[in-house]
Design a protein around this ligand. Structure first.
Ligand code: GCU
Length: 428
């Protein structure tokens, strides 16, 4: 009785907060006109705050990169915990003949034994059967729970909060009807056949995605152990931190090649993937799929979703300070090309969709292109072209690639096929 009361008041509150923020954001005008973009100047990736020109890897790694990290932590995503906390990995299921014998399916629970009320991360993993040696992996969070990525009825049903758009949910809680609801976003069989492992977890395990979700997520329950107050970081920070905990598991898993982990994220989870790739350099590659505002798109263009929109609808995604730029992106000391530059020298793939103007495809392209000088410091090739490529024609022959696909905001089979090809070229 008590428990059900707790759950209903929790979901009513989450519902009201989410709807309220969304309605408020709808009153903010949206610009889709290139001509109306304000004049803006992007900070130079290779000029330090003290004016010093960065011309070698040493200065990038020891001066400019740390100061860019610091700027993003202070103004955008918040700090990351400097303290580590004891982690326990438990394999709760192993299915040797998943996908008609193509893969071994495992479920791993990552828990934090020192913190009694901490959330757990439930990781779903597919390993290709018959692989010789350690295999590369795609790792990414999912929106609606592990059960949503496959019709397999034995996958654990997520017990964590999922957003309203997740299908087969009642009061933001998964039901059996949610199984396979996002299977088209996760072509596991194709990836396994290409020799990759696949690992995923529900982002709601780390922090429920609404403005008070921090209370039951990592930020609220582990503040003391991690040495960070909830307001010092953000929901995106918490999701990124969770990706690093999954990486901890990968590192000690003999079947996997921890040096070849391609971190992939769609939309808000693309934002989280980019921040995770910046804060944890063990991720060998980062793939941003339609990550948009607060992800790969330039904020200062104010095209489609803006800083003000995102902070109004999702006040918990970033630190409070980011809101001070709602009316004044010119004053932002960073823009997202600097976030993308933090991935260098590791391979980076940024993808947009033609109908996804809200995410500002051109802003994503320009940010990607602006990372080239940093890649060049390492002797790597960034995007060479200054023109956006035609739709469905990926561009970039070096360590950085970009495409704009026909269609809407989504992660499709086409997108995954391009990622597979990119990974195979870079990690032959
Ligand atoms: C909203 C939000 C975007 C985000 C997207 C998603 O549209 O405004 O910033 O990327 O949700 O995560 O699907």
């Amino acid at each position: 009785m008590k428990k059900s009361f707790f759950y209903s008041s929790f979901f009513i509150k989450a519902f009201l907060l989410t709807v309220g923020h969304r309605l408020l954001a709808q009153t903010i005008p949206v610009n889709y006109d290139e001509v109306a973009i304000p004049a803006y100047t992007l900070p130079d990736p290779l000029t330090a705050l003290n004016g010093k020109k960065i011309s070698n890897i040493n200065d990038w790694q020891n001066l400019r990169r740390p100061e860019i990290m610091q700027l993003f932590a202070e103004h955008v995503y918040g700090k990351m915990p400097a303290k580590t906390v004891a982690t326990h990995f438990e394999t709760t299921s192993t299915t040797p003949n998943a996908l008609n014998g193509l893969a071994t399916r495992q479920e791993i629970t990552i828990s934090f034994p020192e913190v009694s009320n901490a959330p757990r991360i439930y990781v779903l993993v597919y390993l290709p059967n018959g692989a010789v040696g350690k295999v590369p992996a795609f790792l990414g969070l999912n929106f609606c729970g592990n059960q949503c990525i496959s019709p397999d009825s034995t996958i654990r049903l997520s017990g964590s909060y999922a957003p309203d758009f997740c299908r087969g949910f009642v009061k933001n809680q998964a039901t059996e009807a949610s199984r396979a609801s996002q299977a088209d976003r996760w072509p596991v069989e194709m990836l396994i056949k290409q020799g990759f492992a696949v690992a995923t977890a529900h982002y709601g395990d780390l922090e429920p995605d609404f403005s008070e979700g921090w209370k039951t997520g990592i930020r609220g329950t582990m503040a003391e152990e991690l040495g960070l107050q909830p307001a010092e970081w953000s929901a995106i920070g918490a999701w990124a931190w969770g990706l690093s905990r999954i990486m901890d598991w990968i590192v000690q898993t003999p079947a996997l090649n921890a040096k070849e982990v391609a971190l992939v994220g769609h939309s808000r989870l693309g934002k989280a993937a980019l921040w995770a790739g910046a804060t944890d350099q063990r991720f060998g590659m980062v793939i941003s799929n339609n990550s948009g505002e607060g992800g790969a798109a330039l904020a200062k263009r104010e095209f489609g979703e803006t800083v003000k929109h995102i902070n109004t609808t999702f006040p918990h995604w970033f630190v409070e300070k980011f809101k001070t730029y709602n009316q004044n992106t010119a004053a932002l000391p960073v823009d997202q090309h600097l976030l993308l530059s933090l991935i260098a020298p590791r391979p980076l793939y940024v993808a947009s969709a033609q109908d996804d103007r809200w995410a500002d495809p051109k802003g994503e392209f320009l940010a990607t292109q602006a990372t080239a000088p940093v890649y060049e410091l390492y002797g790597k090739t960034g995007l060479k072209t200054s023109e956006m490529p035609p739709v469905d024609q990926p561009t970039g022959n070096g360590s950085v690639r970009y495409h704009i696909r026909t269609g809407k905001h989504d992660i499709t089979r086409y997108d995954w096929e391009q990622y597979v090809q990119f990974v195979k070229e870079l990690w032959p």
